[in-house]
Design a protein around this ligand. Structure first.
Ligand code: ZN
Length: 265
C-alpha cells in the first residue's frame, strides 16, 4: 500500500505499509520536500514505490539510516539514476545487507544491495537548506535533517513517541539520550517522523521523550545500586513485557531498554 498526503507546509508525505487481509501492518513514511526525498520505504512496496517515484520530481535523496523501512528502496532509486546520500557508516551495510530477522522480513522485506554516497554537513535544495545532525543510538549511522529557517526537523526514527518503553538489541539508550539532548539545542517546532508522520509541536514532545528516558535512567541506576536485578528493575519501571517482545522474538524488549541504560561503557 502506498498513499500520498499533501501537508500544509507544501511537502508530500509518502505513506507506505505492507498489508495483511487488506489492512496496513505498520506505516513508514518518506517525505518529498522541494525535490529532496527523505527516506524511501521498504522493499515489500518496491513496485508501488517505483511507479510513484518515476512520476515524482525527485532531484536528490537522503537516507536517515540503513534500516529496511527507510533505505529499502535505495536500489529502485539507483535504477532511476539517483544515488541517495547517507551517513558513511550506512554504505557497507547497504552494499551487502545481512539477512534480516523473520519479523522484519514479514513486515518490511529483505532489501537488495544498493549504493549510497556520504552525506556532507548540509543538503541544499532550491528553496531550503538542511543541516545534517548525526544522531546515533537507534543505529550508529542515524541522522536527522534540520531546516532552521522553517523550524522543521526530519527525525527518522529519533522520535517515534514521547515514551520509549522497548529497545532493540542493537540500540543504545544512552546514545539516544545524548542525541535527543543534542537536537534540543536547536530551535524548531514541527517534527516529521518516519512512523508518526507530521508532529506539530514536535520539539516539545521530543523534550518530553528526553525527560521520560532520563528519569528512567536515574531510577534504574538507583534500583541497581540497591541490588535489584534487571528483571525486577524492568518490572518496576516499565511493567511486564508486552506483545512487541513476543512478536519480535525478544529483538525488542523492555528488559533490553533497562540493560542498555545500565550498561557500562
Ligand atoms: Zn529504524
Amino acid at each position: 500500500m502506498l498513499l500520498l498526503r499533501q501537508l500544509p507546509e507544501g511537502l508530500t508525505q509518502v505513506r507506505m505499509a505492507t498489508t495483511w487481509l487488506g489492512r496496513p501492518l505498520m506505516f513508514c513514511h518518506a517525505y518529498l520536500v522541494d525535490g529532496l526525498l527523505v527516506d524511501c520505504g521498504h522493499p515489500l512496496v518496491a513496485p508501488e514505490f517505483e511507479q510513484w517515484a518515476e512520476g515524482a520530481d525527485i532531484g536528490k535523496a537522503v537516507i536517515t539510516h540503513h534500516h529496511e523501512d527507510h533505505a529499502g528502496n535505495a536500489a529502485v532509486l539507483n535504477r532511476m539514476g539517483i544515488t541517495p546520500s547517507a551517513h558513511p557508516l550506512a554504505a557497507s551495510w547497504l552494499a551487502a545487507p545481512p539477512r534480516l530477522l523473520f519479523y522484519e522480513r514479514v513486515i518490511w522485506g529483505q532489501p537488495p544491495p544498493a549504493a549510497v554516497k556520504p552525506l556532507g554537513e548540509q543538503v541544499a535544495t532550491p528553496r531550503y537548506l538542511f543541516r545534517v545532525l548525526h544522531t546515533p543510538g537507534h543505529t550508529g549511522d542515524h541522522v536527522a535533517l534540520l531546516e532552521e529557517s522553517r523550524g522543521w526537523l526530519f527525525s527518522g526514527d529519533l522520535f517515534l513517541g514521547d515514551r520509549l518503553l522497548y529497545l532493540r538489541r542493537e540500540e543504545d539508550a544512552r546514545q539516544i539520550l545524548s542525541s535527543l539532548l543534542a537536537v534540543l539545542q536547536y530551535d524548531f517546532d514541527t517534527v516529521f517522523c518516519a512512523h508518526r508522520g507530521r508532529v506539530p509541536q514536535g520539539r516539545k514532545l521530543l523534550a518530553r521523550k528526553y525527560e521520560f528516558l532520563h528519569e528512567k535512567w536515574q531510577e534504574a541506576c538507583e534500583l541497581s545500586r540497591q541490588g535489584k536485578s534487571d528483571r525486577e528493575i524492568t518490572r518496576r519501571l516499565l511493567g511486564r513485557e508486552g506483545l512487541m517482545t513476543w512478536a519480535t522474538a525478544w529483538d525488542l524488549s523492555k528488559r533490553q531498554l533497562v540493560r542498555s541504560l545500565l550498561s557500562e561503557k
